[in-house]
Write a protein that binds this ligand. Sequence first.
Ligand SMILES: Nc1ncnc2c1ncn2[C@@H]1O[C@H](COP(=O)(O)OP(=O)(O)OP(=O)(O)O)[C@@H](O)[C@H]1O
Ligand SMILES: [Mg+2]
Length: 645
Amino acid sequence: MQPFVRVLRSASALWPFYLAVVLVSSAVAALGLVSPFILREATDTIVGHLSGGGGGGGVADAPGAESVRRVALLAFALFAAEAGASILRNVSGYLGDVMVARLRQILSTRYFAKLLALPQRYFDNQVTGTIIARLDRSIANVTQFIQSFANNFLPMLLQVVAILAITGYYYWPLAVLLALLFPLYTWLTALTSKRWQKFESEKNANVDQGNGRFAEVVGQVKVTKSFVAETRELDKFSSHYANTVDITRPQSRWWHSMDTARGVAMNLIFFGIYLILFLRTLHGFFTIGEMVMLIQMTTMARQPVTMMSWIVDSAQRAIAGSRDYFKVMDEPVEPTANAELVAATAAADVPRLSTAAHRALPVREPVIAFDHVDFSYTEGEQVLADVTFAAREGEKIALVGESGGGKSTIVNLLLGLYPITAGRLTVCGRDVTELGVEDLRASTGVVFQEPALFSGTVFENIAYGKPDATMDEVVAVAKRANAHGFISKFADGYATVIGERGLRLSGGQKQRVAVARAMLKDAPILVLDEATSALDTKAERAVQAGLDELMEGRTTIMIAHRLSTIAGVDTIITLRDGRIDEIGSPAQLATSGGIYSELLRLTASSSAADRARLKAFGFHDGQPASDDADEAEDTDKTDTGDTDI
Ligand SMILES: Nc1ncnc2c1ncn2[C@@H]1O[C@H](COP(=O)(O)OP(=O)(O)OP(=O)(O)O)[C@@H](O)[C@H]1O
Ligand SMILES: [Mg+2]
């Protein structure tokens, strides 16, 4: 029960609802208890009249006006109590609905805040669909239980307590028998549930795996289609559900045989109760009215008992759900996570959040400094070793190295996505372990290797880093990124909806939107991780012109796939096996015999072996660097108009 209480306590902003629900439920319970008493009065009045005036077994005298008035009044009172209970039950239903919607809002918002504040590492080990499936179920289980508890079970529970007291007042063995029912039933239910839950969690695991995969496949359905793997995926998916059917059989058999046992136990106890009631009435200890009242009351107690199994069951589900929920909520957040976000993960109510873009750090030298940095994603598998370099303001640095050599990893560290294992990393003269991640990340504009966009319009995507951007600003950066041309050709222009993750754009179009997005962010540090790799040579040159302008005065880290792009930088850093091999200007490295000079040689060569070697570095242009550089210069002067493919 503990995690469950924790849910209620953590949403303490809802206390007026808790209080109102308890009060209205008590009133519903009290009104429900009035009926048996009224029935008792009515029965006794009628029986009194019939037996008192009927002399000689004949027809009773016509009832007096007093009796008629009294019976009519009692009928009206019955109506009033039941109508009142109906109204109040709906008031409590309304309160319960709103309370649960609010609870759901608070719990879901907090869960999302938590996920946003968790370190990148957490997501590396999870399948997104599974995270979502789990969130759905755990929050739904918790809120559904609270709703039915508030709306149905609480009034019943209060009634049961009152009924026990009333029957105890009339004849204590009745109360004892009734009271016995609850522990017996709960015990049998708990016994049932334990095994049932084990089946259920197996089923849930299957559903989570199936749905996790489902989300993944739907998200990249093109790959599945291209490998003609639809039937395989479908088969795997349906086999998960087939498992749930196989598990349901013994689960349901177990449940229903135990339920039969419970039913029989309950009927035995009621047999005792009726026997007592009838015999004691026959012996004159109860009036007929009292018997009617007691029968109605014990029948009222029967309902919560049968509901007991359902309540215990959904309570256990809710407890399991809240456990899942708190397992995520107890994960440690990024040590330097945004304070507002961290506060939102523990807020009693949904907080008001600032939605303005965060300000970049003031530039201080050296803008970026890696100082003997070691890094590994998983312990023991070192990805970067002893990386030391610094970038001055406005310096352009190119990272060159084989695929998997750790180039993107350097970008990840620069964004504070993973903590470094050893050494020191400073950005704008400040140690990243002491900087808030929002300061750090606001200072860096990135074009990622996979240009990930969001559903929504082109405008929203470009303005993602600056939500208050005007149309003019967005159009200006789109022009510089050579994206304006293709965007204006869309029927809806900047209001075009681009589908989930930008699925409705071509690879090159996506990349240009991503470049425009980074441009608009206007951060002092710029990171381009293969920012133009999806573009053809012509489009790339046009974008490159915009990028060159953007790089002006900004500290830039560039990972590129064309020597032409690299030739213009101030410094080249080559990586070999996670270590820095060489650092120097393109001119210095061209003749040093290291990776860069090898690349120059390979690019100039036309042998197949050399081409293959070149590919390992992610390079795919064949022209010698010098030629390319000349051409790039030409395009600088050309208009960055539309070169859409
Ligand atoms: N999230 C991660 N968890 C664990 N290992 C990772 C993760 N990301 C990358 N790696 C590993 O770290 C190494 C460096 O990867 P990185 O992405 O930095 O390479 P890269 O130089 O950018 O390569 P490419 O040119 O192909 O983009 C690789 O061996 C990769 O398998
Ligand atoms: Mg990479």
